[in-house]
Design a protein around this ligand. Structure first.
Ligand SMILES: *Cc1c(COP(=O)(O)O)cnc(C)c1O
Length: 366
């Protein structure tokens, strides 16, 4: 018997339920003849701000740009320090570096994989200006702990929400705690486009205007440039697709949560599973387990036609690009990078898919 392949992700299948609406949206955009900063971007910004109950959303070219422009808007001095988790996707740290700021890495809580608020204060120095928490895998950070330190030291906060669309902490959506929430709509994210896209949400009128200018050559009135800006505009075509998919974001998240509950209930306690707690509404951008023989386990699953991923194989401070920039050891982060395995949990995966993954995992002899 050779069971069919269970893929980790299949972006075509993931988007298939939206194809008809996407085609209508694309045809309308094509016919409109207006391809940059038009109605689609406006409509999406309005809808995404409303989803979060905030005043402003500014559509941008990518999640990395959202993090960069969010930091740029504060006009920090070169060499100012930004606190960031040691176990994040490299983009969070790249944003800090590209702004001429210094990333200060803080270890995660090993049970939630998110930055540990108990370690935060020790990382604050007179040069600390901001915290960039990352709601990793679709779980909010412990915002009570982070907000306490932010307030005590008067720090700014840009939340990296690239993996947490729709996730909440005590009923409040990620991205609405700090000055800015920065989002990516990279195709694999819970709210993914068919290309690159990103956004910032904020309640601050002045910061919103600054970001609006920064994304468009420093200008909000054509040919009048107030700031040394960039070209980082959300694309009209992608904005049209995103408005379609946003209407289903809660369904996508509910589907993933249902599959996560099957994993939780089915997977043997030999594997470390994601923590669950009533304060946190998790949206499972990634469902990870940990096991000391992670690589053997991954191979075993592959031999049984089940594909998995590793988020991420190399900790940021061990990346070649970070030599001479990041230093020190971050043992908890390294432990996570060594043992973590991401299981299939996409919008198109079925309960039967998940049951097969569970069965196979539990039969792992290691
Ligand atoms: C995807 C991701 C980003 C970057 O988003 P892009 O749209 O690819 O630029 C940033 N931070 C985290 C945590 C991410 O997962």
């Amino acid at each position: 018997m050779n069971p069919t392949l269970i893929e980790y992700e299949n972006l075509g299948e993931l988007n298939r339920p939206f194809f008809d609406e996407y085609k209508r949206s694309f045809a309308a955009t094509m016919n409109s003849g207006w391809y940059i900063l038009g109605n689609n971007v406006k409509e999406f910004e309005k809808a995404f701000a409303a989803y979060h109950g905030v005043k402003h959303c500014i559509g941008l070219a990518s999640g990395l740009d959202a993090l960069i422009l969010g930091l740029k808007a504060f006009n920090f001095k070169p060499g100012d320090e930004v606190i960031v988790p040691s176990n994040t996707y490299i983009a969070t740290i790249l944003a800090i570096i590209h702004c001429g700021l210094k990333p200060v890495l803080v270890e995660p809580d090993i049970t939630t994989y998110n930055i540990d608020p108990a370690l935060l204060e020790a990382a604050v120095t007179p040069r600390t200006v901001a915290i960039m928490p990352v709601h990793l895998y679709g779980k909010s950070c412990d915002m009570e702990g982070l907000m306490a330190v932010k307030k005590k030291y008067g720090l700014k906060m840009v939340e990296d929400c690239a993996q947490s669309h729709g996730a909440t902490y005590r009923g409040k959506l990620t991205g609405t705690f700090g000055e800015f929430g920065a989002f990516s709509f990279y195709p694999t994210k819970n709210l993914g486009a068919l290309g690159d896209a990103g956004a910032i949400i904020t309640n601050d009128d002045e910061l919103a205007l600054t970001i609006r200018r920064l994304r468009n050559y420093g200008s909000d009135v054509k040919y009048y440039n107030e700031l040394v800006g960039y070209n980082s505009r959300l694309d009209e075509v992608q904005a049209g697709f995103l408005s379609v998919k946003l209407r289903s974001l809660n369904n996508i998240n509910e589907h993933k949560r249902k599959l996560a509950r099957l994993y939780d209930a089915g997977i043997s306690d030999r594997f470390i599973k994601p923590a669950i707690h009533p304060d946190y509404f998790d949206v499972y951008h990634i469902y990870n387990i940990r096991h000391p023989k992670r690589d053997e386990l991954r191979q075993y699953l592959l031999e049984h036609n089940i594909k998995t991923e590793i988020h991420y194989p190399v900790a940021p401070h061990n990346q070649k690009a970070m030599q001479g920039i990041l230093s020190g050891t971050h043992p908890l982060s390294e432990e996570i990078h060594k043992t973590t395995l991401s299981l299939p949990i996409s919008f198109y995966h079925t309960e039967d898919d998940i049951k097969r993954v569970v069965e196979c995992l539990n039969s792992f002899p290691g």
